[in-house]
Ligand binder design. Structure first.
Ligand code: UD1
Length: 343
């Protein structure tokens, strides 16, 4: 039987590369597209090494519609696309709003437009819990109202969700799912792929692992005076392999036509809220080391607390987060050690 082929745009990135692995291991053909603007070809090599499959890679910018058509859509017979290709730094998006709107919206609209024009029905979009803003109640369900976005980055996530909804509703046979990720962390257990931040990491776990590796002197914990039990922010940290598997479940749902409507939304989180200080201490315990950290002032724009109610994904996708947080934090450290050549 012919295998179903899935396009993974942004497949050289952190979540994209892990998803490509899980798709191949679930029996799908995969084609990776990426412009390598914020990722490395080594991630694609990692995907090939882990799976033992020579997954095709196309270097292309999704903002270039003509190149997408000739290099990708004319050449590969995928019926489904998972769109990861986007800029993702919240702060940078405040400094460079036009770049964020242009890149994140144009690339997604090009993919959607070509999928529709060539009769390819299934689209998955990488959304984010950032669409909920500061929620009034925890945990958040998919029915929790979205709040006005506080950054251009967050705004592009909301806008792309709406663009996907309106497009599939207007196009006979098309189906779309937005997955709202909570905070993805960790790395593949092989330590062959993981997060590859360029420059100073903005996200917590890469900053922790780089501090443990001695690349950064000290981790700043951004605030211990929030209205939370220990005063630091609370997030729902989800293992990137678990997150990748949620994409496989969502793609399967679309291919098998199990979706209840043309457009659906799922929260992808563990359901557990963990504070920054708890995470730091869990990292220390799980890896048997001491981390140099200090309490710093609050970071502008941070949400106090958010965690998921993943019931809908559990029930409808038959998916749940399985990896233990300690294993995830060990995998994050193993990946950093692999990168730095630490024994
Ligand atoms: C945010 C968005 C998320 C988005 C991501 C992209 C929310 C709730 N989440 O994640 O949707 O995809 O940006 O980058 O808006 N921290 C420190 N010290 C550090 C770094 C972080 O204390 O050096 C703290 C932060 O204050 C925060 C937590 O760690 O409380 C997690 O921060 P980070 O990893 O940057 O993710 P979010 O800001 O939650």
């Amino acid at each position: 039987m012919k295998k179903h082929c899935v396009l993974v745009s942004g497949g050289a990135g952190y979540i994209g590369s892990h998803t490509a692995v899980e798709l191949v291991e679930a029996g799908y053909d995969v084609v990776i597209a990426d412009n390598l603007s914020n990722s490395e070809i080594t991630a694609v090599e990692g995907v090939r090494r882990i799976t033992g499959v020579e997954v095709p890679f196309v270097e292309v910018d999704c903002c270039d519609r003509e190149a997408l058509r000739t290099k990708l859509f004319d050449r590969y017979a995928f019926d489904s696309a998972i769109h990861f290709a986007a800029f993702k730094a919240v702060n940078e998006s405040v400094q460079k709003p036009l770049e964020y709107y242009r890149n994140n919206l144009t690339s997604f609209m090009n993919i959607l437009d070509l999928m529709r024009a060539t009769g390819r029905p299934n689209i998955l979009f990488s959304s984010s819990c950032t669409v909920y803003g500061e929620p009034d109640r925890q945990p958040v369900t998919e029915e929790t109202p979205r709040k006005p976005a506080t950054s251009p980055y967050g705004n592009t996530k909301q806008m792309c969700e709406d663009i996907l909804r309106d497009t599939v509703n207007a196009s006979e046979g098309m189906k779309g799912i937005a997955l709202r990720y909570f905070n993805p962390i960790g790395a593949h257990p092989s330590a062959l792929i993981g997060e590859l931040p360029r420059g100073v990491p903005q996200n917590l776990v890469p900053y922790i692992t780089q501090t443990a590796a001695g690349l950064r002197e000290c981790l700043s914990v951004f605030g211990d005076d929030y209205p939370t039990p220990d005063g630091s922010n609370i997030r729902d940290y989800i293992d990137v392999v678990d997150l990748a598997r949620a994409h496989v479940a969502a793609i399967r749902r679309l291919i098998e036509g199990k979706n209840r409507s043309a457009y659906e939304i799922f929260n992808i989180g563990t359901g557990n809220g963990v504070s920054v200080l708890e995470l730091v201490h869990r990292f220390e315990q799980a890896n048997g080391l001491k981390l140099n950290y200090r309490i710093a002032g609050r970071r502008a724009g941070d949400i106090i607390a958010i965690w998921a109610d993943p019931t809908r994904a559990n029930e409808e996708l038959g998916w749940r987060a399985e990896r233990d947080l300690d294993d995830t934090l060990r995998a994050a450290w193993a990946w950093e050690k692999h990168l730095r050549g630490i024994e």
